[in-house]
Design a protein. Structure first.
Length: 264
């Protein structure tokens, strides 16, 4: 694991849910409405996390079955525990080496995961390999370079102002390809065809600053992972700097925009 990715802690499901899963749930519904799949298809999901996209698929898309995967035992077990639908199957899988035969699924999907996979080309070609000819490969990622995840943007803006070295951890810098053009190029270079993208938008709303800040203290995900490496005094200074950016009175509302991609 490289020095930057070591902060991408993927465990402690309840903490992830507070930090990001709840916003992914809102985007998942929009993503599936945009995808508009036929019923009774065989689905594969990569990087299920706490099950935002898996649950939405079962609720909205009438799959024949969905194979739900993640490389984290902790997340997969959590999702297994919360989804009792008989159409759901579960397996540990690294997106870069899927343990499935060729052409086994009609759709391979993923939410907020592809950017974290070290070899994204390999992950996309694996998705294509296990998808039947004429099937669909589709995913969504936050619009990090466009400041589309306002919560994360505020955190890194403050962190970089206090410690310039934090800039290399900022997801906007780590994942510059998370734009419509960048993702189209990534898919095309990975051998996918007929690539289309769309923006999906929601709003993250917190009743007050403490509710906004709390998920950053839980250690799960890149920004909270970075926060957990700071001293108490450094974390207090960071909290103060973030408060200065987002404001401290009343509800905090920030935009959240993801890019959705579909291809064959
Ligand atoms: C930001 S979370 C997204 C979780 C969920 N899909 C959502 O939308 O909330 C990223 C997920 O990708 C998983 N992940 C990261 N790298 C992976 C890899 N190489 N193979 C499979 N899963 C991976 C993590 O364990 C984590 O569950």
């Amino acid at each position: 694991m490289d020095q930057i990715a070591k902060y991408d802690t993927w465990s402690a499901s309840e903490h992830y849910e507070r930090y990001m899963g709840r916003w992914s749930r809102e985007i998942a519904d929009q993503f599936l409405r945009w995808l508009d799949p036929k019923p009774e298809l065989d689905w594969l999901e990569l990087g299920c996390g706490t099950g935002a996209l898996s649950s939405a698929t079962l609720r909205l898309c009438s799959p024949r079955f969905i194979m739900i995967t993640d490389f984290s035992d902790d997340f997969l077990n959590h999702t297994k525990h919360v989804i009792s639908d008989p159409r759901a199957k579960f397996e540990i899988a690294d997106a870069q080496a899927l343990p499935f035969p060729d052409a086994q699924f009609d759709l391979a999907v993923s939410g907020l995961t592809l950017n974290f996979v070290p070899d994204r080309h390999l992950a996309l070609s694996e998705m294509q390999r296990v998808t039947r000819p004429g099937g669909t490969i589709a995913f969504y990622v936050w619009d990090y370079p466009g400041g589309g995840m306002g919560v994360i943007d505020a955190f890194w803006s403050a962190a970089k102002a206090l410690k310039p070295a934090a800039s290399e951890l900022d997801e906007a810098r780590r994942f510059p390809f998370c734009t419509s053009e960048g993702l189209t190029n990534l898919c095309t270079a990975s051998g996918l065809r007929d690539v289309t993208t769309t923006a999906l938008e929601t709003e993250t709303v917190f009743p007050d600053f403490e509710a906004f800040w709390h998920p950053f203290t839980l250690g799960t995900g890149p920004a909270p992972g970075y926060g957990s490496t700071l001293s108490e005094a450094e974390l207090a200074a960071l909290k103060q700097a973030v408060r200065h950016i987002v404001g401290q009175d009343g509800p905090i509302r920030l935009p959240a925009r993801a890019w959705a991609v579909r291809a064959n």
